[in-house]
Ligand binder design. Sequence first.
Ligand code: NDP
Ligand code: ZN
Length: 192
Amino acid sequence: MINLLVTSSVQAKVMTAQFLQALSFAAYKHRHQRRKDAAKTPYINHPIAVANILLNEADITDEAVLIAALLHDTVEDTDTTFDEIEQYFGRVIRNIVDEVSDDKSLPKAARKQAQIDHAAGLSDRAKLVKLADKIANLRDTRTSPPEDWPTARIDEYLEWGKAVIDQIRGTHGQLEGLFDRAYAQGKAERPD
Ligand code: NDP
Ligand code: ZN
């Protein structure tokens, strides 16, 4: 059941043309992809969730951050290039997406470690997207986990997510509180 409760105190929020263009672009690019949960949720639900956390749970209205949130997995997970992002959305957005994209030439374990190593050096905008991405994924591991993950793997993911976010604390207290709650809820359901 989707939670449509808006905790934000920001009353008037306008969806801009470029935000809707980014949503449309991401929906097209991810159109054949599904999340890893048993229900095979359409992938686009995830970038929407990340943007929704930023705007409606953390009152972040910086349009570049919100657009980058919608686009944050397009290069990592589809055939989209950074040049394409720049062509449609400009250099500022391209740079944020670049900052939050893994280097896919690295083996998976090295990519995981690289996220921990590089988190502190991200721009503030990229840190906000990174925080919301981890909040969304930690929530997903609890509410709609990858279908083949045993509890030990979910626990490993919670700890890795925390290791990344611990590098960027001091960026946005509200988002960090949401992350801590998602982590605590995940841990509460895991064995010690
Ligand atoms: P990941 O650990 O990278 O999978 C998690 C990622 O999948 C998330 O960050 C998220 O990324 C995406 N995702 C899609 N659907 C969901 C969902 N329902 N819930 C949460 N996240 C979702 O998986 P990989 O297979 O790429 O493995 C990477 C690493 O995992 C390896 O390097 C290894 O260290 C470890 N591993 C551990 C194993 C174990 O048994 N302990 C076995 C195999 C690997 P996004 O935001 O990009 O969508
Ligand atoms: Zn993501």
